[in-house]
Design a binder for this molecule. Structure first.
Ligand SMILES: NC(=O)c1ccc[n+]([C@@H]2O[C@H](COP(=O)([O-])OP(=O)(O)OC[C@H]3O[C@@H](n4cnc5c(N)ncnc54)[C@H](O)[C@@H]3O)[C@@H](O)[C@H]2O)c1
Length: 251
């Protein structure tokens, strides 16, 4: 129970990897705000945590909308009284067709930036007053291993996830005096429901073949790193990118 008494918000917590982060944080004693644009998904995850004797609420949020992210922070404060951890996990990814950069509609480019980058900025803005007042906080931003290799066919997505790293480093410097840690994780190709549905067996096999550990990567493989970055064990770490991919890329 390394996170007893802590309050965590997980965006995109209603399914996929975010659902595993939510359950993992709750199992370590955190009170979890499962925040997702998919309100039903968020409710299911929060309800499962409660039935496993954890504490959780579900919040419907569109992270690209400042009013909505403010409401998310208010809901966390009114239910649990503080915000210690923000896992910026929600993003547009599997909804995006894999296609040549030249075929990406300009509107789709803008939408990806609005969710994956502006959304992250808005969530940080929403929780910052509480973390500043407490004099502590942990912000964990989810990037992607794609940026290390420049994987093609989702140029907007890859660009946004590279932006996450610059955002993480600069924000870490800006909030160091408030004792807020800001770090990022770059997951490798991970078997979330949506990834499995939208990826060919050949694409998945190519990832496994290049890893040091020749097996699929599961959402559970990422949970320990999120707990570490949420816990006091990482209190002197900030502005860093931790790559978790079974040795696909060496970073
Ligand atoms: N699965 C992978 O292989 C992989 C690899 C590298 C990085 N990632 C990153 O890990 C994170 C989770 O991946 P996943 O596979 O579980 O993705 P996913 O698409 O299954 O889940 C994303 C979640 O974000 C939510 N969401 C989307 N737009 C939102 C918005 N505007 N406001 C609030 N919530 C919104 C979705 O409803 C969904 O629950 C993402 O940031 C993804 O980019 C995933």
């Amino acid at each position: 129970m390394r996170l007893a008494g802590r309050v965590a918000i997980v965006t995109g917590g209603g399914k996929g990897i975010g659902a595993e982060y939510s359950a993992g944080l709750a199992a370590e004693g955190a009170k979890v705000v499962v925040a997702d644009i998919d309100a039903n998904g968020a409710k299911e995850v929060a309800s499962k945590i409660r039935s496993d004797s954890g504490e959780a609420i579900a919040v419907s949020v569109d992270i690209s909308d400042p009013h909505s992210t403010d409401e998310m922070a208010k809901a966390a404060l009114s239910s649990f009284g503080r915000i210690d951890i923000l896992v910026n996990n929600a993003s547009l990814m599997s909804a995006l067709p894999r296609r040549s950069w030249y075929e990406i509609p300009v509107d789709e480019w803008d939408q990806v930036m609005a969710v994956n980058l502006r959304g992250m900025f808005l969530c940080c803005l929403a929780v910052y007053p509480s973390m500043k007042e407490q004099g502590s906080g942990k912000i964990i931003n989810i990037s992607s291993g794609r940026i290390l290799d420049g994987l093609p066919n989702r140029l907007h997505y890859t660009t946004s996830k590279a932006g996450v790293v610059g955002f993480t480093r600069a924000l870490a410097r800006e909030v160091g005096d408030d004792n807020i840690c800001v770090n990022a994780i770059s997951p490798g190709f991970t078997q979330s429901e949506t990834q499995v549905k939208t990826s060919s067996a050949q694409y998945m096999k190519a990832h496994i073949d290049r890893r040091c550990f020749k097996r699929e990567q599961y959402p559970a493989d990422l949970v320990g790193t999120v707990i570490f970055l949420s816990s006091p064990e990482s209190d002197f770490m900030t502005g860093q990118l931790l790559n978790v991919d079974g040795g696909y890329s060496m970073h």
